[in-house]
Ligand binder design. Structure first.
Ligand code: ADP
Length: 269
């Protein structure tokens, strides 16, 4: 049965509109339901962290925002507009590539594997998108890239190629590169999992700084509970493609209410 799209607004408006909304979103691969009628709002400027066991759907949430996955049901909105759909003749219809491309520009992402352009220096990595995609002049792209490399503590390495940088340094450049595109929402997917323990703090320090100084909306998936507790405004515990429990980090980590949350937290400690 096809879905009744009239249940979904064409836009989210007003001062209380969230920056990101998952509205009744379901996703399955064959028989496997990965997200089960998920409803999730992220407020402008909020740092929202997703935790949960492997396979609970955490990465799928981020992949959907990056338009790397289609959805089976529901609608995702970003910055007031539908992401998964577009408005045609006054109704919501599935988005096409052009719509996806326009909406994707609102979203910056950093992954476990940083995927910097290997043939470009740190500075060039941060200038490429703004020049090629946003159409900035080289001068203004360079100025912005230099500011961002400064912010992530990589100014002195700006002329180095990725192969000459450590994992932590590459990840910091990757964060600067994503920010150079001026996204509305930043996604961090396990950004510290591929790093050696001694450089993890370099990267978490940069993310901490972003939380403190920028009014960006951020969503993060992490296995580092201490870090999640430290920097998040809200933590969502995912289980079986649903939010099992959510709340302020002090509440969720300090006094979890659901049995599954308690079990998960005691197992990862
Ligand atoms: P998490 O990030 O919480 O570990 P994921 O969102 O990566 O979980 O995956 C949720 C579930 O979806 C897992 O059971 C995974 O095996 C399954 N899955 C993810 N991508 C695919 C795919 N392309 N095809 C089939 N199953 C997939």
């Amino acid at each position: 049965m096809s879905e009744d799209m009239t249940a979904f607004p064409l836009r989210l408006e007003g001062e209380n509109a969230p920056m990101v909304r998952f509205m009744n979103v379901s996703k399955s691969y064959g028989e496997l339901t990965v997200l089960d009628q998920l409803n999730l709002d992220v407020e402008p400027g909020e740092m929202m962290t997703i935790i949960g066991p492997s396979g609970s759907g955490k990465t799928t949430v981020l992949r959907m925002l990056m338009t790397l996955e289609t959805i089976n049901k529901g609608v995702i909105y970003v910055d007031g507009e539908p992401l998964t759909h577009m408005v045609k003749n006054g109704v919501l219809v599935p988005a096409n590539k052009v719509h996806f491309r326009r909406m994707r520009a609102k979203i910056g992402m950093c992954f476990q594997h940083f995927n910097l352009f290997p043939h470009m220096t740190a500075l060039q990595n941060c200038m490429e998108g703004p020049v090629q995609v946003l159409g900035l002049t080289k001068e203004s792209a360079r100025q912005r890239a230099e500011e961002l490399l400064e912010m992530v503590g990589m100014s002195d390495k700006r002329d180095h190629h990725p192969s000459r940088l450590s994992g932590g340094q590459q990840q910091r450049v990757a964060i600067a590169r994503a920010l150079a595109m001026r996204p509305k929402v930043m996604l961090f997917d396990e950004v510290t999992s591929a790093l050696d323990p001694e450089v993890i703090n370099e990267v978490t320090g940069v993310i901490r700084k972003l939380v403190g100084e920028h009014h960006l909306t951020m969503m993060m998936v992490t296995h580092q509970m201490g870090f999640a507790r430290d920097i998040s405004d809200r933590v969502c515990f995912f289980y079986g493609g649903k939010i099992e429990e959510q709340g302020a980090p002090t509440d969720l980590f300090g006094s979890p209410k659901k049995q599954r949350t308690k079990q998960f937290l005691s197992a990862v400690k």
